[in-house]
Design a protein around this ligand. Structure first.
Ligand code: XMP
Length: 326
């Protein structure tokens, strides 16, 4: 019979069998799948696993710290953090087209990740050890979708920003291949991972980069991070996290509207709230949030976030609207 404890035990044994006394690498994205996969492998082979976290500077408030501090504290995992935020900002300079943004973020991500990977391999090599395995948080639905094969490594499932080259020298370790999302969360809980990671709602690999309609700049990212943090705080306080599939918060950076704040006229940007309910993100309906929750979010964002003088709610289902705005 299926119990979370038995899944953990079984996977740890299988990982040990597969990896032997070799070393493994795992990319962390901040999401639940890569975190649980890494925690499992860490439990199986300890510090023969090295995790890599590429900070692209497009995460929401507190998320990088969750990985750097809370995840490490909960697992004791060996973590290499690469702060690449400047590099991503430079690469995104002047870019407004959504698919172009995705391409650039994916490309930069792979470059930074591969460089970190090469450093880890070289370091191990200097000690006469080899890194032969790459851990992936592939879930059962991903396996089915991709036709069931393993083979070439693809970090899409972790980072959703593109694939690794075909000539990859690693064998894959995929301890979540038989699990559905809710089972992965249960395994994560069993392994003592922070609630914020285990219960995290979907968040796109390109992060806030595709939630700024217009050019991505540091100032706009900071502004959007503040607005997003307020929305998340209020939704959590209202107990709505389980009801909502996800709630993108979008900055319309290229739009301005007139407002009146304090004793003057303002000409600021709108923030869009996009709360949706969904089963699988293929279709979605807009969430009928309580008016008082919407009112609190709106009041707080317009009071606390500079340059924002309007909050609007997206009431479009999917189709025709996608969940994200870009
Ligand atoms: P859409 O906007 O297509 O989103 O209705 C469906 C789901 O996918 C997420 N999403 C992405 N995830 N990379 C990702 O990893 C992306 O480029 C991307 N675009 C959308 C979105 O958050 C939603 O959960």
């Amino acid at each position: 019979t299926w119990t979370t404890g038995s899944v953990v035990e079984e996977q740890i044994a299988l990982i040990r069998e597969q990896v032997g006394n070799k070393r493994a690498i795992c990319g962390l994205s901040g999401g639940v799948d890569s975190a649980v996969a890494a925690a499992l492998v860490n439990k199986a082979i300890g510090d023969r696993l090295t995790c890599v976290y590429v900070d692209h500077g497009l995460m929401r408030k507190g998320e990088t710290e969750q990985v750097e501090k809370d995840f490490v504290a909960a697992t004791g995992v060996q973590l290499k953090v690469v702060d690449a935020s400047e590099r991503f900002l430079n690469a995104l300079k002047g870019v407004t087209d959504p698919e172009e943004k995705r391409k650039i973020i994916g490309r930069e991500f792979i470059r930074v990740f591969e460089q970190a990977q090469a450093e880890i391999v070289a370091e191990a090599g200097a000690h006469g050890e080899s890194v032969d395995f790459l851990v992936q948080g592939t879930l059962y639905p991903d396996v089915v979708e991709s036709g069931g094969g393993t083979g070439t490594a693809n970090i899409k499932s972790h980072h959703n920003v593109g694939g690794l080259p075909e000539d990859l020298q690693f064998q894959l370790v995929e301890p979540l291949r038989k699990l559905f999302k809710d089972e992965v969360r249960m395994v994560g809980q069993e392994l003592g991972l922070p609630e914020e990671i285990v219960q995290r709602q979907p968040f796109p690999g390109p992060g806030l980069g595709i939630r700024i309609v217009g050019e991505v700049t540091k100032e706009r990212l900071d502004l959007l991070r503040d607005a997003d943090a307020i929305a998340r705080e209020e939704l959590t306080a209202a107990g709505l996290d389980r009801e909502i599939w996800q709630c993108p918060v979008v900055l319309l950076a290229d739009v301005r509207s007139v407002g009146v704040q304090g004793d003057g006229r303002t000409y600021g940007h709108p923030i869009v709230l996009r709360p949706v309910s969904s089963e699988d993100a293929m279709t979605a309906d807009w969430s009928r949030l309580p008016y008082d929750v919407l009112a609190r979010i709106s009041t707080r964002i317009t009071n606390e976030v500079r340059d924002v003088n309007r909050v609007v709610v997206d009431v479009t289902s999917k189709p025709p609207g996608t969940i994200e705005w870009e």
